[in-house]
Design a protein around this ligand. Structure first.
Ligand SMILES: Cc1cc2nc3c(=O)[nH]c(=O)nc-3n(C[C@H](O)[C@H](O)[C@H](O)COP(=O)(O)O)c2cc1C
Length: 252
């Protein structure tokens, strides 16, 4: 079973591609909370890197999961470039549950946060050309139950960035904000938010305090009404993995 978390679809696309090659099924980490996974022989976790770490939601979900101790467990993360503690922190959570991660790797994809820095994630589509062979390699190593941890060491800088005092300031940068002048109350953001953290208030979307910064609401808003880092969201900078549609990301 491959468990995933995904905001703009990169991690879901990779989870699906790996599942096809491994003859596995995929399930969102949210659904996994209610699933019986104890008989699974192989457990994969696929999720993105946010701010040099695993997304806050991923850490919270993994902490709550009940997983088999003897399964071959692997982690594959997606990232724009630098992953620092994204594997390490989930490995640590699993270790507390007596679960050993046997294999880990990363795959570079377009950076869904690029628009917060005034860049266009769609301009990074060249990364797709490179990742196909990486997925083949990862799948064949997992099939052979290889014991190899890539990119899984501890990084003090990533840790410092994610300690509460520092992170409160840093995270504010990529917290999405609704522009009420543009919001028409269509509720697409309320549906794509994996955290169910957006609701309507007097006809406008309103973001609550459980945002994990996946930017799904920013990328899927048809009116470009959700903004990040004080920048106007431009339609050409909205991004989602080309094989993933909005309905793929809507929680059941
Ligand atoms: C808030 C935020 C922070 C990010 N931080 C990093 C980072 O520290 N390092 C990195 O390589 N990529 C970073 N990224 C890029 C994502 O890891 C990458 O685009 C990932 O594939 C998104 O996966 P998803 O579409 O499944 O959500 C960040 C993206 C977001 C939205």
């Amino acid at each position: 079973m491959i468990l995933y978390f995904s905001g703009s679809g990169n991690s879901l696309a990779i989870a699906r591609q790996l599942a096809e090659k491994l003859d596995e099924r995929t399930m969102s980490l949210y659904d996994a909370l209610d699933a019986d996974l104890l008989d699974e022989k192989r457990i994969g976790l696929v999720y993105p890197t946010y701010w040099l770490d695993a997304p806050m939601a991923v850490k919270q979900l993994v902490a709550q999961l009940t997983l088999p101790k003897k399964a071959y467990t692997f982690i594959v993360i997606t990232c724009g470039a630098l992953t620092n503690n994204a594997i390490w922190s989930v490995r640590k959570l699993l270790k507390q549950k007596d679960i050993q991660v046997s294999y880990s790797h990363k795959i570079r994809v377009p950076d869904s946060s690029a628009l917060a820095f005034g860049r266009n994630p769609n301009a990074q589509a060249w990364k797709f050309d490179k990742y196909a062979s990486r997925i083949d390699l990862i799948a064949s190593e997992i099939l052979n139950e290889k014991q190899r941890l890539h990119f899984s060491g501890f990084d003090p800088f990533g840790w410092l960035l994610n300690t509460s005092a520092v992170s409160r300031k840093v995270y504010r940068f990529t917290l999405p904000v609704v522009n009420p002048d543009k919001c028409v109350g269509c509720q697409i953001c309320t549906k794509v938010c994996p955290q169910t953290n957006i609701h309507l208030s007097t006809g406008k979307a309103c973001i609550g305090d459980r945002c994990t910064m996946c930017l799904s609401c920013v990328h899927f808003c048809p009116h470009q009404a959700v903004e990040v880092a004080g920048k106007t969201t431009l339609a050409e900078r909205q991004y989602h993995h080309p094989s993933i549609e909005m309905h793929d990301l809507i929680r059941r």
